[in-house]
Design a binder for this molecule. Structure first.
Ligand SMILES: Nc1ncnc2c1ncn2[C@@H]1O[C@H](COP(=O)(O)OP(=O)(O)O)[C@@H](O)[C@H]1O
Ligand SMILES: [Mg+2]
Length: 414
């Protein structure tokens, strides 16, 4: 006797096998991007759908960030959004077309998110009472509604995915922490060495410079010798600049702090490079997610940080090194609380330049690390020193060929 009558095929062949394979493969993947891709592919294998968007919580900002390829405008969902609260309280998925009443209860910007993502099903990724992410699934490509069996399977699959993502996130945090520890250690040692060397060089250098300047007067009459003296002076100036750079990287806490408005300071810094930006056809976009951009800092030092980072971005996007669009996005947003009276303010510079190769990422803060013919390799080392002195953090993320994002976290009183 046939197992199924004619025209009555099982709705989903081999589903048990599919789920079990999926479960096994998930536990092996610790790369979050790979995992996300895998989850999206499996959802589509269970039932072909028009779209699937996965958002995960960024603990730094309390916002959900879209993980897979974005075809839509950036969407802002936070832990406090009504949609997130609804998912948290109800602990199940929301079927959009069946619950216009619930959707209507969301504020207009959240309704817009649901609409923009073309969502039919919204699943929470819930771990220990926290919504760690959301998955927006579009309509089925064949236009039919989701069957109870499909919904059940999707729920099981997403449940498994939730734990795999949590596992991968913890692994990522742990790896990041270790890397940061090694980096801090290495840079502290390098800093001591650099500071020592710089101090030793500074005094004799001052003596050399003033002697050359004094002697050069005697050579004014002879153009060849005068040129040689000028050359000497400019070489000494170059050494002096390097020594100053090393000291900016390594000098212990020497801050001249006052109340600084970061937004204004960024604008002032941009004014210094207006011409270069215009020449290189670079567009600057701002995304400010907080009204309070004021904090205690050393204006001059922070200006130097912003300038170094902007110049690096400009160099990475310069016309001879990248063919695609040249945009620098500068954003300021509230970060996670540090304690009861302060939190981080996060300032990000995201460029569309040539990016940094994986093997170089760990070295960019090292003094003298450069991939440029004319580079000194001190820019980011100086930034690191200054940000550390402000009790902040600086991190770099980059995709070769796509661009680089430098995040600076600075403590701000609340
Ligand atoms: N926005 C960026 N895009 C691509 N590469 C970058 C960027 N910022 C820094 N880098 C890399 O980090 C290296 C070190 O930067 P930095 O310390 O400013 O020194 P320099 O600019 O003198 O090379 C650069 O040579 C470059 O390889
Ligand atoms: Mg530089």
């Amino acid at each position: 006797m046939p197992l199924f009558r004619k025209n009555e095929r099982p709705a989903q062949p081999n589903l048990e096998q599919l789920l079990s394979e999926f479960n096994q493969s998930l536990t092996l993947i610790v790369d979050k991007q790979l995992l996300i891709g895998n989850i999206a592919a499996k959802v589509k294998q269970i039932c072909p759908v028009e779209s699937i968007y996965i958002f995960l919580l960024d603990e730094n900002t309390g916002k959900y960030k879209q993980q897979n390829e974005a075809k839509n405008k950036p969407v802002t969902l936070t832990k406090r959004s009504r949609l997130t609260s609804w998912l948290s309280v109800n602990e199940k998925h929301l079927t959009v077309s069946e619950h216009p009443d619930i959707i209507a209860y969301f504020p207009p910007e959240e309704q817009e998110i649901v609409r923009q993502l073309g969502a039919e099903l919204i699943f929470p990724l819930k771990v220990m009472n926290q919504i760690n992410g959301t998955i927006f699934i579009g309509k089925k490509t064949d236009g039919t509604v989701f069957t109870p069996q499909e919904l059940k399977l999707l729920s099981i699959l997403i449940n498994q995915a939730t734990f795999a993502i949590e596992h991968a996130s913890l692994y990522e945090i742990q790896t990041e922490r270790l890397k940061k520890m090694y980096r801090t250690d290495r840079l502290a040692t390098l800093g001591e060495l650099a500071a020592g060397a710089a101090h030793e060089i500074r005094n004799p250098l001052t003596a050399i410079r003033s002697t050359i300047q004094y002697l050069s007067k005697d050579f004014n009459a002879d153009p060849t010798k005068k040129e040689m003296m000028d050359e000497l002076i400019s070489e000494v100036e170059r050494i002096n600049k390097i020594v100053q750079g090393l000291l900016s990287f390594a000098r212990p806490s020497e801050l001249n702090t006052s109340e600084v408005n970061i937004e204004q300071l960024i604008n002032q810094t941009l004014l210094l490079v207006t011409n270069t930006l215009r020449k290189q056809d670079i567009e600057v976009e701002f995304e400010y997610f907080t009204d309070n951009t004021t904090l205690q800092a050393d204006t001059e030092q922070l200006k130097q940080v912003f300038l170094n980072i902007i110049l690096n971005a400009v160099e990475a996007m310069s016309k001879n090194s990248s063919g695609h669009s040249r945009t620098l996005i500068i954003s300021i947003e509230k970060g996670a609380p540090i304690n009861t009276h302060s939190r981080y303010l996060i300032v990000s510079f995201e460029d569309t330049g040539k990016g940094i190769e994986q093997k170089d990422i760990e070295n960019v803060f090292n003094p003298f690390f450069t991939t440029k013919e004319e580079g000194t390799g001190l820019g980011l080392a100086i930034c690191y020193g200054i940000v550390k002195r402000h009790e902040g953090e600086i991190e770099v993320k980059s995709t070769p060929g796509k661009g680089t994002c430098i995040n600076i976290k600075l403590p701000q009183r609340i």
